[in-house]
Design a protein around this ligand. Structure first.
Ligand SMILES: Cc1cc2nc3c(=O)[nH]c(=O)nc-3n(C[C@H](O)[C@H](O)[C@H](O)COP(=O)(O)OP(=O)(O)OC[C@H]3O[C@@H](n4cnc5c(N)ncnc54)[C@H](O)[C@@H]3O)c2cc1C
Ligand code: SF4
Ligand code: SF4
Length: 367
């Protein structure tokens, strides 16, 4: 397949970052990856937008009334535009959690260039992890050019972050074992080499993706299958990928790209299981100097730096839908004003790869 967009930064949850790493790993099969920089978010869970809407309605709150959502200190918070605050124990809100999140063992976007989250840092600050040389350079340059300021992460903050990351790994590995024992395999956790991967996926098509991932509550709704399909016959309807045509024989690209089919050890190393936060070069507390965001505004400030300094030409951010409040909507942009507008966490899944494919298709139509 061809991808016309070169030089994109993708901001996303750990599962979306795994999809980006997978696409990057197989250029000969999937084409050169459009994603050149991966800005990962920390993530404990994601909520189904429709269940969340219903849940809030039962508490007489409309999505449009909400100014900001937060998940912290064991509670789910909705800060309303009229100044009221709705708070409920996280255990109650977990009824709205997407089932795929229960088998996710990555809390801090371990495959990203830079990862950012709130846990570990004081209010108004973010915890920022540089994992690659590229990420470290971006962190240092963004600081030197005044986009962010940093300070050492306190030991107590690091401990808290490691404890939460380990808790997610431990609890969700338990869920994986449970699902495996009732014939709901979680295949992305099976360790294999690239050669074994190629053999396993050789004859797998969308029907297999449906039975191995989508129908058993494994889909993270990243849109990588939609992105990879050379025939454009996958659509995303009712928050699920659906097949709207016939797969040509020999094509297995959606199955290759999906972060919840097999993932080779060359991408997701077995060692990562033993490390609470994955591999990293530097970890700090950081905050933006002149933009606001969910926590320290660091994701937005870094994206502004990335665009201003042409680290990549474009970024994919997740904004709120105008028509359907708080429904996340991915936007591909080179405009820092759009990036600022998209600041803030939307606690629902969004097929971020779809916007890359839609733009490719639009460009092909024009040319
Ligand atoms: C579903 C979800 C769960 C999270 N859970 C945790 C957690 O358990 N612990 C923790 O410390 N942090 C968590 N975070 C991260 C946290 O909420 C902040 O996004 C992070 O601290 C960055 O804050 P900031 O002020 O630097 O970002 P901002 O400057 O506000 O920028 C946030 C960026 O995130 C992007 N974004 C927003 N929603 C989504 C989405 N649904 N999918 C992809 N990108 C999105 C926006 O495009 C924006 O660019 C979670 C984020 C998400 C999306
Ligand atoms: S699977 Fe769920 S918990 Fe894991 S990164 Fe994706 S949204 Fe977050
Ligand atoms: S089935 Fe498609 S949307 Fe779902 S996780 Fe796999 S690639 Fe992503």
């Amino acid at each position: 397949m061809t991808a016309n967009h070169k030089g994109v930064t993708l901001v996303g949850t750990p599962c979306q970052i795994i999809a980006a790493a997978k696409i990057e790993h197989y250029p000969e099969t999937l084409g050169e990856s459009p994603v050149d920089f991966k800005l990962g978010l920390f993530c404990m869970e994601n909520f189904s937008h429709s269940y969340l809407k219903e849940f809030l309605k039962q508490n007489e709150i409309e999505m449009g009334d909400v100014d900001q959502f937060r998940v912290e200190k064991g509670h789910f918070w909705a800060y309303l535009k009229n100044g009221d605050v709705f708070k409920t124990p996280l255990s109650k809100a977990k009824a709205c959690m997407r089932k795929n999140c229960q088998v996710c063992v990555d809390y801090t976007s371990e495959l990203a260039d830079l990862s950012v989250g709130s846990v570990g840092s004081a209010p108004g600050w973010s915890t920022l992890i540089a994992r690659t040389e590229k990420g470290l350079q971006a962190l240092q340059n963004a600081e030197n050019k005044g986009y962010i300021e940093t300070k050492p992460l306190e030991q107590s903050g690091l401990k808290l972050l490691e404890n939460l990351a380990n808790k997610k790994k431990k609890e969700n590995k338990g869920e994986i074992r449970k699902r495996e024992s009732v014939a709901r395999p979680v295949i992305y956790r099976r360790y294999m080499s690239d050669a074994e991967f190629e053999t396993e996926v050789a004859s797998c098509q969308f029907d297999d993706l449906k039975s191995d991932v989508i129908d058993i509550g494994g889909c993270v709704l990243c849109g990588a299958c939609y992105y990879a399909c050379p025939e454009n016959i996958i659509s995303i309807e009712d928050r699920k990928p659906q097949l709207r045509g016939n797969c040509p024989s020999e094509c297995n690209l959606c199955y290759v790209a999906c972060p919840r089919t097999y993932v080779s050890q060359e991408i997701l190393s077995r060692d990562l299981d033993q490390k609470a936060l994955g591999d990293y070069l530097k970890i700090v507390s950081a905050r933006a100097t002149n933009v606001e965001g969910q926590d320290g505004g660091v994701a937005t400030a870094l994206l502004n730096y990335i665009l201003d300094e042409n680290v990549t030409e474009e970024v994919v951010v997740v904004d709120k839908s105008e028509q359907n409040p708080w429904k996340p909507e991915a936007v591909l942009t080179s405009d820092t004003e759009e990036v600022k507008k998209a600041a803030g966490t939307k606690y629902s899944a969004c097929p971020v790869f779809k916007v890359l494919k839609d733009n490719d298709n639009k460009e092909k139509e024009v040319s």
